[in-house]
Design a protein. Structure first.
Length: 326
């Protein structure tokens, strides 16, 4: 509930401490990110699926937040667009921004916090954490937050997305959920290459996140005439898909917790290293004080999880999924 918003908004610098810990905004973000990550995780476990399904559900969550709640996919003047304002906009949609945020929310706001908590509690990683009634409540809170946010942001910004584009967002969200449910549970566990040291996967995760950030953050700033928006989208998706294809070539059936811990740590380390830059960036209009403390706190969290993982480095597979409680 708290790690998902802390990673998605606080560590990323999107909402620095003075903004993140405001009671109203904090409540909204916990209800949104926390409930979203929990619902994705519970569906993955109850469907007896793997990480691939969690990624697709995370993509669905990203569209739910950015397209259906805050409508940033459609708003030409969305405050966080930066160099992407007007870049790749067609048919009333900010396409480059939409692709970037879908990937970001899936991997950093859903997959990463869920896997970190599962690594912290390995004996419960394959069992539901919520009863059926609790899952319905959490899902209802998520949907209520989305509806309330849609009305709030629409009223504040004076922007209401066109019906056709909004319905497209609904269809894409449902498409991600349907595909996630149909994806084979062993999709990412068919490789044959021997597993390497955990530090290798940390490096892969780190440089994959860096390549993605440079693709969406640096390429569009070069030249509108030289860099076509479609090229940015294709390269961004290709980077993520290529990394997934490369990683699935390894024999994850024989992986240990430290291998997954290494992979998940990579992107988090990138954000930790950037946190001092966030605080010292004088060009930002918001108050970024405290970002160094945030980075240090997450570094300590990673260190503690690494120690816990190394003490009990059990295999990832071999735990069955019990039925959820009523």
């Amino acid at each position: 509930m708290f790690l998902a918003p802390a990673m998605g908004e606080l560590l990323s610098g999107s909402s620095p401490p003075n903004e993140f810990f405001q009671p109203f905004g904090f409540t909204i973000m916990v209800a949104l990110y926390g409930c979203g990550a929990l619902v994705c995780r519970e569906l993955k476990v109850r469907w007896r699926k793997g990480v691939g399904t969690l990624v697709l559900l995370g993509c669905g969550y990203g569209v739910l937040e950015e397209a259906l709640m805050v409508a940033s996919f459609y708003n030409p003047s969305w405050i966080d667009l930066g160099v992407l304002e007007g870049f790749g906009r067609a048919w009333g949609v900010n396409w480059v921004w939409a692709v970037e945020l879908t990937i970001y929310h899936a991997l950093f706001c859903v997959v990463t916090p869920v896997l970190l908590v599962e690594l912290a509690y390995p004996s419960r990683k394959s069992e539901p954490w919520l009863t059926n009634r609790q899952l319905k409540i959490v899902a209802a809170v998520l949907l209520l937050d989305v509806v309330a946010g849609f009305v709030l942001f629409g009223s504040m910004l004076g922007f209401w997305p066109p019906a056709a584009q909004y319905l497209l967002g609904v269809a894409i969200t449902l498409g991600f959920i349907y595909t996630a449910n149909r994806l084979p549970s062993d999709w990412a566990r068919k490789g044959a290459k021997p597993m390497r040291r955990p530090a290798f996967y940390t490096a892969v995760g780190f440089f994959a996140a860096l390549a993605s950030a440079l693709t969406f953050g640096w390429l569009p700033s070069i030249s509108d005439s030289f860099i076509h928006p479609l090229l940015v989208c294709v390269v961004g998706v290709a980077v993520v898909y290529g990394v997934f294809r490369y990683l699935t070539g390894f024999e994850w059936r024989k992986a240990r917790r430290s291998h997954l811990m290494g992979l998940v740590s990579g992107p988090v380390l990138l954000f930790i290293l950037v946190s001092p830059i966030q605080e010292l960036d004088a060009s930002r209009p918001d108050d970024t004080s405290g970002m160094m403390i945030v980075g240090a706190a997450f570094l300590l969290l990673l260190a503690l999880l690494w120690l816990k993982t190394r003490r009990d480095d059990t295999p990832l597979s071999g735990i069955s999924t019990p039925e959820p409680q009523n």
